[in-house]
Design a protein around this ligand. Structure first.
Ligand code: ADP
Ligand code: MG
Length: 423
C-alpha cells in the first residue's frame, strides 16, 4: 500500500521508518516531512494542517492510508477532511481530538464517565480564578485550556504561586494556547507513565507503555521541553499495570466515547500518574508522543502499516504486529539554545546510520542541495537503541549518541541529558 505520514518531527521520521519496513508498504510519503523521511520517500511541501491540499495530493498519488502525527493537524480537522474524501486515515476527528486540545473538555469527559483523574475546577476569568484559590489548600496545578506545546501547565507549590501564575496569564492577555479558560487542579503524587492504546472506532487495545523525560536538564531540572528522552517498556510499575489501565481507564473511556457518538480512530495516549490508588489520568493525547514514538517503533515486529490500516478501516487486526520483549531507550540531541529558541543548524552530516539495533530520527529539518542537513527545530535528533533490558538499551543508546555526535559535525552546538533511563 501507499502510505502518507503527516508531520515533520522525529516522531514522524520514526513512523515513516517503521511503515516503510512493513511488508504491505509499497511507498511512503511525508507532508511536509524532514531529512529522515526524505531518505525513504518523497516529501510533499504541504503543511500538516492544510487539509484541503493534503486531500488533493492523496487523491492524486492514490494514497491508501494517511497517518496523522501532530496534535495541531488533528485539532485543525485534517483527519475529518481526509476521511470525507474517502481516504483511510489513522487519526481521530477534530471532535474526538478535544480530549487533547481542550483540557477542560477532557476533564469533564473523564468526570462524566468515571475515569480516575485529579479533582479540578474550570475558571474563565482572573476574578473567578482568585475566588477558587481563596479556598484552596496546598499545591495547585494551573493548566491553560488549549494546545500549548508543553508550555501551558505550571505545578505551583502553594496558593500564592498559583495566584501569581493566573495573574500573570490574565494580566498579560497571553494565556498559553491562546484561550481564556484555565483549569485549577489538585496535585497527584506518584510516578508518571504513559500507555498507548490503539482504537478502530469500536474497540480499544493497549499496545505498549513508555516513560518520558520532560525537563531540559539532568535530574529533572530546568525548563519544560517537548521531551528530552524516553524508554520503553516502563520499569518499576506493578505487573498487572496494563490490566488495571484497561479496566479503570480504557474501558470507561471507550464506553464514554461510544455513548457520546464519537468514533475514535487512532492512538489514545494515556498520560498517567501511578498513585497509591493505581492509575490516575493526568492528560490524554490523541496521537503518538514525541519522543515516545521513537522508542516504541524499534520494538514493533511485523506489519505495522497493516495494523494502522486495519484500525483506519474499522477492523483492528492485532495479529499483524507484536512488541519485542527487548527494551528501547532514546536520547534527544537538542541545540544548546533549546527550549528558549529554535536555532537552525546547517551543514550536518546526513548519514546517521548506526547499525541494526540503533537508530537516529531527525527532528524538523531539510536536506540541502549539497547533501547536508539543515535542522530547523530545537530538537535535532532522537538517538535510540535496543537492549535486552532498559539498562542495556540505555548503555547502547549513549554509545550511539557519542559515536554520532562525533560524526555529525556539530559537536559543540548540541546538548543532551545524560540520565535518560537511569535509575
Ligand atoms: N494533577 C497533577 N498532579 C501532578 N502533576 C501534574 C498534574 N497535572 C500535570 N502534572 C505535571 O505536569 C506535566 C504536564 O501536564 P500535562 O497535563 O501533561 O500537560 P501538557 O503535556 O499538555 O503540558 C505532567 O507531565 C505532570 O508532570
Ligand atoms: Mg503531558
Amino acid at each position: 500500500m501507499r502510505v502518507l505520514i503527516v508531520g515533520s518531527g522525529a516522531r514522524e521520521d520514526a513512523l515513516s521508518w517503521r511503515v516503510a519496513a512493513s511488508p504491505s508498504c509499497e511507498a511512503v510519503y511525508a507532508a511536509p516531512g524532514n531529512a529522515g523521511t526524505a531518505s525513504r520517500g518523497e516529501n510533499w511541501a504541504i503543511s500538516a494542517t492544510d487539509g484541503k491540499a493534503l486531500v488533493q495530493a492523496c487523491l492524486r498519488e492514490k494514497i491508501d492510508l494517511a497517518v496523522v502525527g501532530p496534535e495541531a493537524a488533528i485539532a485543525a480537522g485534517v483527519c475529518d477532511r481526509l476521511r470525507e474524501a474517502g481516504i483511510a486515515t489513522f487519526g481521530p476527528s477534530r471532535s474526538s481530538g478535544r480530549l487533547e486540545s481542550s483540557k477542560i473538555f477532557s476533564k469533564r469527559f473523564m468526570q462524566r464517565h468515571g475515569v480516575p483523574t485529579a479533582r479540578a475546577v474550570a475558571v474563565h476569568s482572573l476574578d473567578g480564578a482568585l475566588k477558587v484559590l481563596e479556598e484552596w489548600n496546598g499545591e495547585c496545578v494551573v493548566k491553560a485550556d488549549g494546545l500549548a506545546a508543553g508550555k501551558g501547565v505550571v505545578v505551583a507549590p502553594d496558593v500564592e504561586a498559583a495566584r501569581g501564575v493566573v495573574k500573570e496569564w490574565y494580566a498579560s492577555g497571553h494565556i498559553p494556547g491562546g484561550g481564556r479558560d484555565v483549569l485549577l487542579e489538585e496535585l497527584l503524587v506518584g510516578r508518571e507513565v504513559s500507555i498507548f492504546a490503539i482504537c478502530d472506532g469500536r474497540a480499544m487495545y493497549p499496545l505498549a507503555g513508555a516513560c518520558d523525560y520532560k525537563r531540559a536538564g539532568d535530574g529533572d531540572t530546568g525548563p519544560n521541553t517537548g521531551g528530552m528522552g524516553a524508554y520503553s517498556p516502563p520499569v518499576g510499575f506493578p505487573k498487572d499495570m496494563v490490566d488495571r489501565v484497561r479496566e479503570r481507564v480504557l474501558a470507561p473511556v471507550l464506553r464514554g466515547l461510544l455513548a457520546e457518538g464519537e468514533s475514535y480512530v487512532g492512538i489514545l495516549y494515556c498520560g498517567l500518574m501511578w498513585t497509591g490508588d493505581g492509575p490516575y489520568v493526568v492528560e490524554f493525547n490523541v496521537r503518538f508522543g514525541d519522543p515516545e514514538a521513537q522508542v516504541l517503533m524499534p520494538r514493533v515486529n511485523g506489519d505495522f502499516a497493516q495494523l494502522l490500516k486495519s484500525a483506519a478501516d474499522g477492523a483492528l487486526d492485532l495479529g499483524t504486529v507484536s512488541f519485542a520483549t527487548r527494551a528501547c531507550a532514546g536520547v534527544v540531541l537538542a541545540t544548546s539554545a533549546y527550549p528558549r529558541s529554535n536555532t537552525p543548524l546547517a551543514g550536518l552530516c546526513a548519514d546517521v546510520g548506526l547499525g541494526a539495533d540503533a537508530h537516529a530520527f531527525w527532528g524538523e529539518s531539510a536536506l540541502a542541495a549539497d547533501g547536508t542537513v539543515r535542522s530547523t527545530g530545537g530538537r535535532v535528533l532522537t538517538v535510540t537503541a535496543l537492549g535486552d533490558d532498559v539498562a542495556r538499551a540505555r548503555a547502547n543508546a549513549y554509545d550511539a549518541v557519542r559515536a554520532l555526535a562525533k560524526r555529525l559535525g556539530a559537536a559543540g552546538a548540541l546538548t543532551y541529558r545524560t540520565d535518560i533511563a537511569k535509575f
